[in-house]
Design a protein around this ligand. Structure first.
Ligand code: OAA
Ligand code: MG
Length: 212
């Protein structure tokens, strides 16, 4: 289906809330280790405010650089638990979203947004507490002409994101987990958490020994 010049794919499977919850307690670093240290979006995409964290089902959007027509059209397609993932081609000359779109994402139940591009209105987005991850900030507003797509696989920070993938984002960055790897990721991350706890205990012992 094409709405004007924005292509919209048919509905996709969304991960249930219970599965999303199981990822909420884990760091992106540990989840990355659980997936062979792969599937991690490049470090240029970072939280725009300290403490931002989000877990959700990817709603992928492709926009032409500097234009957010497809993002506005995607408001009709957000379901609770979605995380908006936008390929804006890393362009630094225009903000693809600001506080108006961020709060509409949240109003429709999205858990946050990951933008391979720039954004604006950072202070208000932080005040609203909407987790937004992007390459940086610019006050320059976007054009609204299209073209673009909604619900098709996109590239974000060097990683392919399919509709329905699980996205986890925290202070370190962003990871993308395909649904068929959920069980493997969760089993493996539990082992990593236990190993990290043992390493922490060892480091604490070392500190105590040095202090003595
Ligand atoms: O003007 C726009 O489309 C982007 C923006 O600043 C907002 O969403 O607040
Ligand atoms: Mg704005």
């Amino acid at each position: 289906m094409t709405q004007d010049n924005v292509r919209v794919s048919s509905p996709w499977h969304r991960v249930d809330e219970e599965t999303l919850d199981r990822f909420r307690t884990h760091s992106v670093a540990n989840l990355g280790d659980a997936l062979d240290r792969l599937n991690i979006v490049d470090g240029g995409i970072a939280p725009i405010w300290r403490g931002a964290k989000a877990v959700g089902t990817a709603l992928p959007i492709m926009t032409i650089a500097g234009d957010n027509k497809a993002v506005i059209a995607a408001l009709d397609h957000i379901r609770p638990g979605d995380l908006v993932v936008i390929n804006a081609f890393g362009y630094d000359g225009r903000a693809i979203i600001g506080d108006n779109l961020a709060q509409r994402f949240a109003a429709f139940g999205a858990t946050g947004a990951v933008v391979d591009g720039y954004v604006r209105d950072a202070a208000i987005i932080e005040e609203l507490g909407v987790p937004v991850f992007a390459r940086g900030l610019t006050p320059a507003g976007p054009f609204k002409n299209g073209p673009g797509s909604i619900g098709e696989a996109v590239a974000v920070g060097g990683v392919v994101v399919h509709p329905g993938d699980i996205v986890v984002a925290d202070g370190d960055g962003v990871i993308v987990i395909p649904p068929h790897r959920v069980q493997e990721a969760l089993a493996s991350v539990e082992e990593i958490v236990a190993r990290e706890a043992a390493l922490d205990a060892e480091a604490a012992e070392l500190r105590n020994a040095v202090a003595r």
